[in-house]
Design a binder for this molecule. Structure first.
Ligand code: NAX
Length: 325
């Protein structure tokens, strides 16, 4: 039996948390042979509800769950955490400006970063799901100077998976035969889903893609899929978001499949002209618990313009929270 790993989850009583916890407990994230200790973090008004979730995890008698901690104390929740999935955040209220939203979330992700800096495993792998995810990850990273900066990532895997589904349906192929999809930039409506490197069963897809469909249907559908789900379901994506968070951590921890890559928002390092200072989604390959940005892809002017626009948005977000960095 492997030693258990500690997984901290914030916003654990929310809708994404409710999907995430049971899939992790079932071994979908780190494998059916990896015991887990769940460290669930909430704010006081949601603690009662979190207790209900814990009761349900207990009642599921998952063989892999070694222990469950439910807390409102950050240092207890992040104690020795090997993975931290930061889901809880402040939603945009009526009349709230983007800058207000960013700074309200800064008040959440700053203390969380500082707590992980104090008590988490020195190699804790952090995935930020709560929006605005990229900038929240930047704030957490800035408040955790003793942890490896590259361990702070944000989720664009849901966008990546949405792009696979849209392209598969359009090309009448199963999404599993699609390789090398890329989401560039921010998890927002400026993100750029890029088909130029995609191949299906080993053949480049672009010669079969209608440019009008690409520009006026595919890209906007992927960018605005979150809003379409809210309209249809009356609530934001939850099961698909949890599933994508599991994909993100699984591939980071256990490696990406051969001949493929995934989209992860990671600290920019100058690759593809995106200067350091933002958490930007790139095509990444993972091996042995480390990610690497895929290098050497050709970027045409169409892509360049869109990659720069989403970078620009991230730089503006950064400016709005500069005092928290
Ligand atoms: P819910 O409102 O259902 O749950 C959020 C939970 O977080 C609540 O239980 C709340 O009590 C808790 N919370 C709030 N502040 C907290 C804090 N400081 N510490 C700990 N817990 C805290 O939202 P849900 O649908 O689960 O969505 C959570 C976040 O994911 C939102 O910010 C949402 O915008 C974001 N999303 C991100 C996606 C992505 O692809 N990156 C996609 C799905 C989702 O929209």
């Amino acid at each position: 039996m492997k030693a258990p790993v500690r997984i901290a989850i914030t916003g654990a009583a929310g809708q994404i948390g409710y999907q995430l916890i049971f899939r992790i407990a079932a071994g979908d994230m780190l494998g059916k042979d990896q015991p887990v200790i769940l460290q669930l973090i909430e704010i006081p008004p949601a603690l009662e509800m979190l207790k209900g979730v814990v009761m349900e995890v207990d009642d599921s008698a998952f063989p892999l769950v070694q222990d469950i901690i439910a807390t409102t104390e950050l240092d207890e929740g992040f104690n020795q955490a090997d993975y931290a999935i930061l889901v809880g955040s402040k939603p945009r209220g009526p009349g709230m400006e983007r800058a207000d939203l960013l700074s309200a979330n800064g008040q959440i992700f700053g203390p969380q970063g500082a707590s992980m800096n104090r008590v988490a495993s020195r190699d804790v792998k952090v995935l930020v799901v709560g929006n605005p995810a990229n900038t929240n990850a930047l704030i957490a990273q800035a408040n955790a100077p003793d942890l490896p900066p590259e361990n702070f990532t944000a989720m664009t895997r849901l966008d990546h998976n949405r792009a696979l589904a849209q392209l598969g349906q359009k090309q009448s192929v199963h999404h599993a035969s699609i390789r090398n999809m890329t989401i560039w930039g921010n998890h927002s409506s400026t993100q750029y889903p890029d088909l130029h490197h995609v191949n299906i069963d080993g053949k480049p897809v672009m010669p079969h893609v209608d440019q009008t469909w690409y520009e006026s249907e595919f890209i906007p559908t992927v960018q605005q899929r979150g809003a379409a789900i809210i309209k249809a379901r009356g609530a934001s994506s939850a099961a698909s978001a949890a599933s994508s968070a599991i994909d993100h951590i699984r591939d980071w921890a256990l490696g990406t499949p051969e001949n493929d890559w995934v989209s992860m928002a990671v600290p920019a390092d100058g690759s593809y002209g995106i200067e350091p200072g933002v958490i930007y989604s790139f095509p990444c390959r993972c091996n042995d618990g480390h990610w690497e940005i895929v290098q050497g892809l050709e970027i045409n002017p169409f892509s360049r313009e869109r990659m720069d626009a989403t970078d620009q948005e991230l730089r503006q977000e950064r400016q709005a929270v500069e005092d928290l960095l």
